[in-house]
Design a protein around this ligand. Structure first.
Ligand code: BES
Ligand code: MN
Length: 962
């Protein structure tokens, strides 16, 4: 057997996306559309101008001048960084915590939120749907050919409306994520800047660049033109660039020949806005913003809700429109705002108009008077969100908060460009402000703390107050429908009393992981991180205790980081034919070192959430998986569904060979008890798509080889040419370990390797024959679609990584100051051998030592050789057909909707085989993260979705493995 290619254990596939500066790309969609509106092009505050000139940051040519979003995270993810807000009066306001960021391809121009999703409209016409729980980009709705300026929702959150620079409004069914209707106007309206949904009347309004307001009654679509005949579509009847008239007002033949192909490829039904539903010059300028407001009038026990439309224009007015019974609207009155109204919101009969140059004008809708003009910053207020009396306005790079009641104001650096969209959302009992900018980033801020003083129990009453905008009502609906507590029995107090405890949400898991990661638990560095390691062990103990476990620290006899022991006692109640089991979960809280500089785009010890991932040292190896297991048991305890005993052994010396672990476990055998199964989760999927189960690890022998002379370090010019140099002896000796072709020639190295059986080969075949998905990482041997020779080669590669031994020379160091004029006195190589069944650890160790000494003897050198073995671990191969693996397989298939691959790994975890032998209990491993997690590398990460699923898989396993 040749020297196997041992790559890939820790490598990051080339395709892995590191989002450090991924945000600033492309041009804004608005920049590529020109238009034919009938509006005076010299109008003072042009939305167009803003979106083409000021959005310059989003263009490729100026992208270099923008620093990547990373710098923002560095400064503002920390909740220790409290001093930021420049506070006008009294209290300090905390900087909101940045909960998550998503890096998109283009500017974010619009946002909305449902109970489940954050939805963002982008500059390239895509609508991005992010899951609020897992942070995955769950859907990308494609259909618009221009920037999505505006989004709206029906109150039941079933339909999403999008208005775009392509002159269209689309209606998306959020149950199927399909584009069901495409609404267009027979007029050339230019860009649709704003849309609004009036729920009681079922009208969808649009405000456009040609100064018109248009609408359509949606649920009566039968009465409209809903054919798929595309001839009326604006893109087909007229192309704004190619079809515009040349000098003399003629369309030249060349122009029509090069015109964009005129076809409609959409699947949605087309809906034409009837001519009677158009107010051509609603404003003397662009219609920038529309808002539907409600007024509730209560007469005794009956209350009537009235809807009005408010429009804000570039002409410096806001207008209130009434709905007529004949399906038309009529202007009630005009409010003067003196400058362009870019954004609006409404609460308690106050209409807030976001104007140019940082101004917000507040109008009392009852008296129609401007009651206040507030200026904060100098940037045009393109977006606002209002939570009770706190107004958040988007500006250039900043979000500015104004508490209109307490006169608190503050700002925080939120984007690397203009903040163009904001929306309030609720998740896990937190109030969130989601912001989007022309830096192509969507950020989610937890503003709960900044609102504390303004939240009152009056929230439900608020719905009845005189005026509210429908989006505010939707936000409050989200707030009140959320369930923020579950009933459970009190833990460990022997009472049956029902108490309400916080549910163990993914959010709670992430918060705990954030704390866990903040401890710098780098092992093997003696004193430097000892304190962090101890504090982390204590932290873990308190997490265990909090969830009802017995927990204590087990010290190591020779010093080193203690083991955290914990035991959750099950009820023992299982079917008569079965016996409750005692499961040992093994993990390690120590991590590989990580320096903030290097390639890390975030602080490795301050967990940062981006694009559906958590970044930080140890999130995947092994802190995240450990917490998934703890939360799984905690949830079973809370639900009174834990019948098995679960013992946790979480050590702190794994990354440097688990020295002292065996001794400590042997010493505490009685405490740990009779174990039936060993479970762990400290490995990764084979790619980023397919869930896996792991049934094997290689063992390891770590050795250092030193050759030392009797003389001190010498100057090579003065002494060179006289002595046998230790470094020469060392490289010559190392060279004896392999042929010139790299084949390892160590005696006994290959002959005892277990031959490949038929069943084993079948497992490898299943791996290389798996269906290959589009985004599979490049490191992975090819799946379906490659030739049988390719597949044989892939099997060889996998076997080389997992079931054949390997030998690596990690580094060679020399004594002395290391400059290139010296003959070092000594040279040391560190190497490791990964070993496999049925190699005998002792035989291989002896072979290595005696082979090196025998070879060295032949050198007849005056120098001295020392071979020392400082770590060793036996390989582990589990039984993929046993009950634990069978159960895990079923649960994974249930959770992920696809069968797992059974894989082995080339890496080593010294404790596994030892625990199997010590307790006569078979081990099984659930790989938690993906191949691209980058354990031991910079930017280690774990996908939020995998974290949540691992908890679910462990929960069912701990519950059902009897
Ligand atoms: N999680 C790894 C083990 C691992 C590595 C699993 C690669 C799957 C693929 C573990 O934390 C680790 O790093 N082990 C060390 C052990 C050594 C220091 C004794 C290793 O494999 O190098
Ligand atoms: Mn590791």
């Amino acid at each position: 057997m040749g020297n196997k290619n041992n790559d890939g254990c820790y490598s990051t596939p080339a395709s892995r996306k590191i989002p450090a500066n991924g945000g600033v790309t492309g041009s804004n969609g608005a920049a590529s559309t020109s238009s034919s509106s009938g509006v005076d092009p010299l109008l003072e505050h042009s939305f167009k101008h803003l979106l083409t000139e000021e959005l310059g940051c989003a263009r490729p040519d100026s992208a270099g001048s923008c620093s990547p979003p990373r710098s923002l995270h560095e400064t503002f993810t920390s909740d220790r960084n409290d001093e930021y807000w420049p506070v006008e009066q009294r209290e300090q306001v905390r900087t909101p915590r940045l909960m998550h960021t998503w890096h998109c391809d283009q500017s974010i121009l619009s946002l909305t939120s449902t109970k489940k999703w954050i939805i963002a409209g982008s500059g390239n016409g895509d609508i991005l749907v992010f899951n609020k729980e897992t942070f995955e980009t769950e859907f990308v709705l494609k259909g618009h050919a221009g920037s999505v300026y505006s989004l709206a929702l029906t109150e039941d959150e079933r339909f999403l409306f999008s208005g775009s620079a392509d002159s269209l409004v689309k209606v998306w069914d959020l149950e199927t994520m399909e584009d069901v209707w495409t609404i267009y106007s027979v007029y050339d309206i230019g860009d649709v800047f704003t849309i609004a949904w009036a729920p009681s009347h079922e009208y969808l309004f649009l405000g456009a660049q040609n100064a018109s307001i248009q609408w359509i009654r949606l649920y009566e679509k039968g009465s409209y033109n809903t054919t798929k005949d595309p001839s009326g579509l604006p893109s087909i009847r007229y192309d704004r660039f190619f079809d515009s008239k040349g000098p003399g007002g003629r369309i030249t033949p060349q122009q029509s020949a090069t015109a964009t192909p005129k076809k409609y490829s959409g699947t949605s039904a087309l809906l034409e806005i009837p001519p009677k539903s158009v107010i051509p010059f609603a404003h003397f300028s662009y219609v920038y913003s529309l808002l539907v407001i409600k007024r509730t009038i209560t007469h005794g026990s009956t209350s009537i809700e009235e809807e009005f439309l408010v429009s804000g224009g570039g002409d410096g007015t806001a207008k209130i429109w009434n709905f007529n019974t004949d399906g038309t609207i009529e202007q009630l009155y005009t409010l003067d705002t003196e400058s362009s109204v870019f954004s609006m919101c409404c609460q308690d009969s106050f209409l807030y108009c976001g104007l140019s140059a940082g101004q917000v004008c507040i109008i009392d809708l009852d008296t129609r008077q401007v009651i206040r003009n507030d200026k904060l910053g100098d940037d045009d207020v393109m977006t606002m969100s209002l939570y009770r009396e706190c107004l958040f306005r988007g500006g250039n790079r900043y979000v500015r908060k104004w508490d209109s009641k307490r006169y608190h104001r503050g700002e925080w650096l939120a984007h690397d460009g203009l903040v163009l969209a904001t929306v309030l959302a609720v998740s896990n009992g937190r109030t969130l402000l989601v912001t989007g900018g022309n830096d192509s980033v969507v950020s989610m801020w937890d503003i709960t703390a900044t609102l504390e003083h303004s939240v009152s129990s009056k929230d439900s009453v608020l719905l009845q107050s005189s005026f509210n905008s429908t989006n505010a009502i939707m936000f409050f609906n989200q707030m009140t429908n959320g369930q923020y507590g579950i009933k459970t029995k009190k833990i460990n107090e022997g009472t049956d009393e029902e108490v309400t405890v916080a549910p163990l949400t993914l959010d709670h898991m992430m918060e705990t992981l954030r704390s866990f990661v903040s401890y710098k638990t780098v092992s093997g560095h003696d004193d430097k991180y000892m304190n962090d390691c101890r504090r982390c062990a204590t932290f873990l103990k308190s997490v265990f205790k909090h969830f009802g476990a017995d927990s204590q620290l087990l010290p190591l006899e020779q010093g080193g980081n203690p083991i955290v022991y914990a035991r959750f006692s099950g009820t023992g109640n299982v079917d008569a034919s079965k016996r409750a089991s005692r499961i040992l979960f093994y993990g390690h809280y120590d991590v590989i070192s990580a320096e903030k500089n290097g390639q890390w785009t975030t602080d490795p010890f301050e967990m940062t959430n981006m694009d559906g991932y958590m970044y930080g040292r140890g999130v995947s190896d092994n802190k995240g998986p450990i917490l998934a297991a703890i939360f799984a048991v905690a949830e079973l305890v809370q639900r009174s569904e834990l019948s098995n005993d679960i013992v946790f052994l979480i050590e702190g010396e794994e990354e440097c060979g688990s020295a002292g672990f065996q001794e400590a476990v042997n010493r505490h055998k009685a405490l740990i008890g009779d174990i039936d199964w060993v479970l762990l989760s400290n490995s990764y999927w084979l790619d980023d798509e397919t869930p896996c189960l792991n049934y094997g690890l290689r063992g390891i022998i770590k050795a250092s080889i030193e050759i030392k002379g009797d003389l001190p370090d010498l100057h090579s010019g003065v002494h060179g040419g006289v002595y046998r140099e230790p470094t020469f002896d060392l490289v010559n000796l190392l060279a004896k370990l392999a042929t010139d072709q790299g084949e390892i020639v160590l005696p006994e190295f290959h002959n005892s390797v277990r031959p490949v059986g038929n069943q084993e080969r079948a497992l490898y075949e299943a791996i290389v024959n798996r269906p290959k998905r589009a985004t599979t990482t490049t490191m992975t041997p090819a799946g379906q679609g490659s030739s049988s020779e390719d597949k044989d080669a892939d099997i060889e590669t996998l076997m080389g990584r997992w079931r054949y031994p390997s030998l690596t020379i990690h580094k060679i160091t020399v004594s002395g100051p290391g400059n290139s004029t010296l003959i070092p006195q000594s040279a040391t190589a560190s190497l490791s051998l990964r070993i496999v069944p049925d190699q005998d650890l002792e035989v291989i160790k002896a072979s290595l030592t005696s082979f090196l000494h025998a070879q060295f003897a032949k050198f007849k050198s005056d120098n001295h050789l020392t071979v020392s073995i400082y770590h060793e671990a036996e390989p582990w191969v589990g039984d993929p057909g046993n009950r634990a693996f069978e159960l895990l397989r079923t649960i994974i298939a249930e959770e992920w909707g696809t069968e797992p691959l059974f894989i082995r790994e080339g890496g080593s975890i010294p404790a596994v085989r030892f625990l199997e032998k010590a307790f006569c209990a078979p081990a099984a491993q659930l790989p938690c993260g993906q191949a691209s997690d980058g354990a031991h590398l910079d930017n280690e990460r774990l996908r939020v979705l995998n974290f949540g699923k691992a908890k679910e898989i462990f929960l069912k396993t701990f519950r059902d493995l009897v």
